[in-house]
Design a protein around this ligand. Structure first.
Ligand code: BGC
Ligand code: NOJ
Length: 812
């Protein structure tokens, strides 16, 4: 069952039934100021950091689901309704929500009146603009009462939810004209406040929640709205809100726009006040003035659209299959931008208070957007590397507000450092900017111990070399990519977190074959980088370690039919036929086949066949099999999940592309594509009632074959799945891959594809690429024609001449 449709021309997903199986959300803003918004206008806003600078309040996992947001209430006679159906839930005559690129528009119609609310964060603006258009389509003059509503958060989203003995006494607001200012704690240690304005005179307002809603009412039935009269309440403590009240009369056919601005301001210490206790509103007024007419708002939206036209023009495909084109050209790239902005911090599954920017996550996210905004990727690489320690280890996460490593979570995840090589190499291949390697980057944000970024890569590489276990394989540390394979944790206390509790790493023999594969892939990249920068001696040194790792994997990481997953604390195999449960895992088989370890001896093909046989199911490739059915203290969180969910045999979509890429390394385009399609959301739109999460973005996990409800997805939006799937389809299946010396065209597609076209902007030129497949091949190049001339190579040179170049590649 579908709940809407894709409007590809406008790059929108249009939801036509508000009762989606889960709130289907969108993100506004892409730099400093952000909002999450659901298809019924639920959600919240923050500045940079969803934990420390939360602007509006939200209660997760609420009853009813997704309560609280930026609501408009229309009172037409006794009828009260909202354009997004919620919170009133008055049956609408029509409803439509359009989620687009960083904007959302929600339109409802009731008794001849339509209300359309457009929400977006204009470029370079610390504010969300809302344009509410009210139209009278009836034959009578309408006298309507309009109420806006949002609830302020007292800035720190975490203490806002728990420290009520203080919170209930701190709230402060100011009201001036049609603007409501939220200034809690501004008097003391804060240099910032928020405001909510409307570009029309108001006939009243409310800023105190209890006065507006009533203690025993819900968002669906605020007392003030039922009574039809605002109370002009001024909040003192308790829960401050912002609600404007506007009376409007519309003749038949008449329509009126109201522009609301929800903004954020920072003032310097000596510029905080207008007079005693009256805040300096200058910057707020400037922002409001920028968006006080429909023309200004429309032009800001047009700029945002242009911005996205430009970003999405870098890679686009024409395949003849709408489902593929829309995910590659629009939604997957959009999701990659969102994961870049938020890492794993704020979604409808991530509360915004738990996690900051992940070291491994942010590096992997980079491969999905570096082609769009290389300058910001560069900055991100430096930020991430700045949280590394001199020994190559690193903080697992950092807070976006201050860019400092997060001490609560700490470090010790032994895969983390290697991802910095992936991020850096991807950036250089995209841009050709080797200078980044010379940037001086601090350790643990301490500039006095800064070294070049290249040196950071060296210590990343060496962190593995210096932490090898008894089989010459990398020690796992706290965990590798799989946060739930906690081999040194041994937790029997339900009150401690598997993720942060003290680990027994001393004397541990726990080794990771996944990190081994990762090390071979990115170790080789490191070697190549050394050679390209004239460090031949270092290249030689590093190559030896890579070779040794290949040998160790072949010797101790091969189980006969597939690659084992790890050795546990005691040195016993995990992911081996010898195990009763968890005989085979996806991660090590993905990385070792991507690395091509034992390819000549046939190990890769065997491993991939074992994955197909034992891990593949209707909904994708599960993480492990058989699923764990009891708690293994020596394995940790992985065995805490019921079978089929999350890291315990869920279809963990993040790592499916590793197998897809492994299949392309083996030349098997049919299988790579089959796996791709299975988890690709645009192909799952028709089963939305089962899939549950948005059909326009990837979810982290789809319940696997052992689950109670196979096929049901969770954790949409913020997942490495976005970048890895884009990487797999764009660079390995379609095969358009940036290399240091040019753009490689090396597709690995299903044999029955006739071909496809890709437009790729790369280092200052446009490559119009046509791939044709007359002989029904999956892989192999018969002929390459560049600008009309036969070319000896499928590595198309860097032109950098701002011109368009035509490339034709014939498979065969
Ligand atoms: C989840 C993982 C996640 C980890 C760290 C675990 O509970 O299953 O997917 O990476 O927490 O937050
Ligand atoms: C989600 C985390 O964000 C990521 O870092 C981790 O690799 C996966 N879960 C697997 O556990």
């Amino acid at each position: 069952m579908k709940f809407g449709f894709f409007d590809d021309k406008n790059r929108e997903y249009v939801i036509t039934n508000p009762r989606t199986p889960w709130p289907w959300i969108n993100y506004l803003g892409n730099e400093d100021f952000f909002s999450l918004i659901s298809n019924t206008a639920g959600g919240y806003t923050f500045y940079k950091d969803a934990k420390f600078r939360r602007i509006t309040r939200y209660r997760y996992n609420n009853v009813p689901m997704d309560s609280g947001g930026k609501y408009f209430y229309i009172k037409d006679g006794d009828n009260i309704w909202s354009p997004g159906w919620k919170p009133c839930k008055t049956e609408l005559d029509s409803y439509e929500c359009r989620h687009g690129m960083n904007y959302t528009s929600i339109k409802g119609e009731k008794n001849g009146v339509t209300a359309e609310a457009l929400y977006f964060v204009p470029l370079k603006t610390w504010a969300e603009v809302q344009k509410l258009t009210i139209s009278n389509n009836s034959k009578d003059t309408k006298k309507l009462k309009i109420f806006s509503f949002l609830e302020w958060c007292l800035w720190n989203a975490s203490s806002d939810m728990e420290n009520f003995q203080r919170n209930f006494s701190t709230g402060e607001v100011e009201i001036e004209g049609s603007v409501i200012y939220h200034k809690t704690e501004y008097k003391e240690r804060r240099d910032h406040f928020a405001f909510y304005s409307v570009n029309a005179p108001v006939q009243g307002y409310d800023t105190d929640r209890e006065s507006f809603i009533g203690l025993y009412n819900g968002f669906d039935e605020p007392r003030v709205i039922v009574e039809g009269k605002p109370k002009n309440s001024v909040a003192h403590g308790w829960s401050p809100i912002a609600s404007h009240y506007i009376e409007v009369e519309l003749k038949p056919g008449e329509s009126k726009d109201f522009i609301f601005v929800l903004g954020y301001v920072e003032n310097k210490e000596d510029d905080k006040w207008e007079t005693k206790n009256i805040i300096n509103k200058k910057k707020a007024k400037e922002t409001i003035a920028k968006f006080d007419t429909t023309a200004k708002v429309d032009s800001a939206l047009a700029d945002l659209r242009k911005y996205w036209d430009n970003l999405l023009s870098v890679y686009s495909i024409k395949s003849g299959d709408d489902k593929l084109d829309r995910i590659v050209n629009i939604w997957n790239q959009y999701q990659c931008m969102i994961t870049f902005c938020f890492s794993r911090s704020a979604s409808f599954f991530e509360s915004g208070i738990g996690r900051g920017m992940g070291f491994r996550d942010s590096n992997q996210d980079l491969i999905g957007f570096v082609h769009q905004i290389p300058e910001r990727a560069r900055e991100r690489i430096i930020d991430i590397a700045s949280t590394q320690f001199p020994d190559g280890g690193c903080y697992h996460q950092y807070q976006p507000l201050n860019k400092r490593g997060n001490n609560d979570i700490g470090g010790g995840f032994n895969d983390d450092p290697l991802w910095l090589i992936l991020g850096t190499v991807s950036y250089i291949k995209e841009t050709g900017d080797f200078n980044i390697l010379d940037e001086m980057v601090p350790f643990d944000n301490d500039m006095s111990v800064a070294r070049s970024l290249f040196d950071h890569l060296t210590v990343s590489f060496d962190h593995v070399v210096n932490n090898l276990g008894p089989h010459g394989l990398p020690l796992i540390g706290r965990a590798d990519w799989n946060d739930c394979l906690n081999l040194n944790c041994f937790s029997n206390d339900p009150n401690e977190s598997f993720q942060t509790t003290e680990n027994k790493t001393k004397g541990s023999k726990a080794e990771s074959v996944m990190i081994a594969g990762l090390f071979v892939v990115y170790g080789r990249d490191y070697v190549e980088l050394c050679m390209r920068t004239g460090k031949n001696k270092e290249a030689g040194r590093a190559q030896k370690y890579v070779n040794a790792m290949v040998d160790s994997v072949k010797k101790y990481g091969w189980d006969g039919e597939w690659f084992i997953r790890a050795y546990d604390y005691y040195g016993r195999k995990i992911g081996s036929n010898e195990n009763e449960e968890g005989k085979i895992f996806i991660e090590s088989n993905g990385w070792c086949t991507m690395a091509g370890i034992g390819k000549e001896e046939g190990l890769c093909v065997k491993a991939l066949d074992a994955v197909k046989e034992r891990l593949d199911c209707e909904h994708g490739i599960v993480l492990n099999n058989p699923a764990f059915t009891s708690y293994y203290i020596e394995y940790g969180e992985i065995s805490s999940y019921p079978p089929g969910y999350k890291e315990n045999a869920g279809v963990f979509c993040h790592n499916n592309p590793w197998i897809m890429i492994g299949e392309t390394v083996a030349g098997n385009g049919n299988r790579a594509w089959e796996y791709y399609r299975k988890i690709c959301p645009s192909y799952l739109e028709e089963i939305s009632e089962l899939h549950k999460t948005e059909p326009y973005v990837y979810a982290q996990m789809v319940a696997g074959k052992d689950a109670f409800k196979p096929g049901e997805a969770k954790n949409s939006w913020l997942t490495g799945t976005a970048s890895w799937n884009f990487y797999a389809i764009s660079q390995f299946i379609l095969g358009i891959r940036p290399e240091y010396d040019g753009l490689l065209v090396d597709p690995c597609i299903p044999g029955d594809w006739k071909g496809f076209k890709v437009t790729r902007k790369f280092r200052g030129a446009t490559y119009s690429i046509e791939v044709v497949n007359p002989d029904g091949k999956s892989r192999g190049i018969k002929e390459v024609i560049v600008d009309g001339k036969l070319s000896a190579s499928n590595l198309i040179p860097v032109f950098g001449d701002r011109k368009e170049h035509f490339v034709k590649v014939v498979l065969g």
